[in-house]
Structures are given as structure tokens and as C-alpha cells.
Design a binder for this molecule. Structure first.
Ligand SMILES: [Zn+2]
Length: 300
């Protein structure tokens, strides 16, 4: 078997399962090479390699395997071989299908029909997203905890929240030269709402945002401290480490509470309608008026 040097370096194996066609190996390698060419990508791969060394039992055969994704839809997945009695998902296997993104593939067809969906749609971004799941499982901290809070409900569960969040940092990492746009949640590839797309304002997504980010940083201190150093234009992890009080205040603002009460979709409609109202708090210039309207609890 002819291993690519990146497979050897990070303990990753592209398992062809006898599949030689469809540019599966070259397409997967291309995405891997792209990920490795960025600061955030190398941090993630090094963290995966670290857990492979330190917690080999969390990986099947002591490696991270990538296999062809066979569902045929515009997706990829990371499945744990084992879920422990305590509910921890370990021994991840990544399933990825680069051809889905080429002309005529399921993703390119989907995106043709959904022109407003441009967040996190590139093949390396999809593979990076799966690597975040794999990293969390390799670290032994991934659980299948559903998200209860309204404002984050379209992320579906906590692991998806983390995967979408970290991939968004990767997307705005300045060392990442070709990227799509910030993804807003896990149920579509729509872009992140403009009132949530800054490192601190992201915490207004829900009152739960602070707790989830805080726990992610506690569970993966090495990776998140490195991530905080990335000069990405969207980096809520850096915001959390720099000024946790400010992050907490954003998460506990009235905006977050309203978003939790309305849910993200109704919140969008509500926000959009306010823009067109003559005495709208948005009628002037966005952010400043927005904060004033939401009152004293909303931070500067
Ligand atoms: Zn995912």
C-alpha cells in the first residue's frame, strides 16, 4: 500500500475499500492537502495525531480511517464504531465522497437549486467538518447531546455546533486562500446571519452559546488555545479566551433571549420585518441602534 506522506504524518488512512474509480483517492488527498496547507487545518490534524498517540484505544486500529461515503446525498459523515456506556462516541470512521462536489455530483446539483446556500460548501470544508467530529471522538469527549435551546436548534446537537463553529474559523483563517462563506447552522449551507457573524456577536446566537463554548474549551484545552491564536476574522474561541466576561454578556443579552424564545427562523423573519418598519431600531445604522433598542443589558 502506497501511503501519502500526510497519511503517515497524521495517522490517517484513506481506505479505498477496493474502490479505484471516481477519483476517490485523489479527490480525498486534494482536500487533505488543502486542509494541511492552512494554520487551522494543521492544528486540527496535529491534535488528531496527538490523540492517536496518547489515546490509541479511542481509534480503531490506532489510526483514523477515511472511507467512501456511500449514501449518495450531498453529505459526509463520521460514525463512531463504539458508543460507551457513559454515552461517549469513540473510534471514529470518516466517510467522504469528493466526487459529490464535482459537476453533476449531488452537492453541485443541490447547490445549483439552492443559490442562496454558500456557507461551508467546498470539499475541503466538508472534510474539515468531519475531522472536527473525528478529533472530538479521538479525544474521548464527543457525546450525542441534543441542543434544547431555541436559538441553536438548527445546529441539531452539540457536536454539530462545535463542528460548524470550528469550520467557520477555518473558513476565515487568513492562511486559507480559497474558501466559501460562514455557515449558519447544520440544516443547510445558508450563510451566518449578519448580526451574529463577528467573534463576539456570535455569542448572541443563544443564551447557551457561552456554556457550549466554555465546555468545548475545557474539554479540548490544547486545541482551543491554539485555535485562539488564529487571526481569523471570525473567531469566537479567541473572543472567549480574550474576554470571557464580554462573551458571557453577549450570550446573556436580550437579543439571545428573544432568539431562544422565537427560534432562529422566526427570529430571521422578525428581524427582517423590523428593518422595514419606519420607527424600527434598525432604521438608522444597524449595530448601534440595535444595541440601544435592546437596552442596558446589551454590551458595547
Ligand atoms: Zn457534522
Amino acid at each position: 500500500m502506497n501511503l501519502h506522506y500526510l497519511e503517515k504524518k497524521y495517522g490517517i488512512r484513506i481506505n479505498l475499500l477496493g474502490w479505484s474509480g471516481d477519483a476517490y483517492e485523489t479527490g480525498t488527498l486534494q482536500a487533505l492537502i488543502k486542509i494541511e496547507s492552512t494554520d487551522t487545518g494543521r492544528m486540527l490534524l496535529e491534535s488528531i495525531a496527538y490523540h492517536i498517540r496518547v489515546h490509541p484505544g479511542n481509534l480503531a486500529h490506532g489510526i483514523l480511517e477515511i472511507r467512501p461515503y456511500a449514501e449518495g446525498d450531498c453529505n459526509a459523515s463520521t460514525a463512531p464504531d463504539i458508543t460507551t456506556k457513559a454515552g461517549r462516541m469513540i473510534q471514529p470512521v470518516v466517510h467522504f465522497w469528493p466526487k459529490a462536489y464535482t459537476t453533476g455530483g449531488s452537492c453541485s446539483k443541490y447547490l445549483d437549486d439552492h443559490k442562496d446556500e454558500t456557507g461551508g460548501v467546498l470539499p475541503d470544508e466538508a472534510l474539515f467538518h468531519e475531522f472536527v467530529h473525528a478529533f472530538r471522538m479521538a479525544a474521548g469527549v464527543a457525546t450525542l447531546a441534543p441542543i434544547a435551546r431555541g436559538g441553536l436548534s438548527n445546529y441539531e446537537d452539540e457536536e454539530e455546533f462545535i463542528a460548524v463553529l470550528v469550520t467557520n474559523i477555518y473558513i476565515t483563517d487568513p492562511s486559507n486562500k480559497s474558501h466559501s462563506r460562514l455557515r449558519r447552522d447544520h440544516v443547510s449551507f445558508k450563510t451566518l446571519e449578519s448580526d451574529l457573524d463577528q467573534s463576539f456577536t456570535f455569542f448572541r446566537s443563544s443564551v447557551s452559546t457561552y456554556r457550549l463554548v466554555e465546555r468545548f474549551c475545557r474539554e479540548n484545552p490544547g486545541f482551543t488555545k491554539n485555535l485562539a491564536q488564529v487571526k481569523a476574522s471570525f473567531n469566537p474561541i479567541a473572543a472567549f479566551y480574550q474576554d470571557p466576561v464580554q462573551a458571557w454578556i453577549y450570550a446573556n443579552s436580550e437579543a439571545s433571549e428573544s432568539r431562544d424564545a422565537l427560534g432562529p427562523d422566526d427570529w430571521d423573519i422578525y428581524s427582517e420585518m423590523r428593518k422595514y418598519s419606519a420607527d424600527s431600531p434598525w432604521a438608522g445604522n444597524g449595530e448601534k441602534v440595535f444595541k440601544k433598542w435592546f437596552g442596558k443589558k446589551t454590551p458595547k
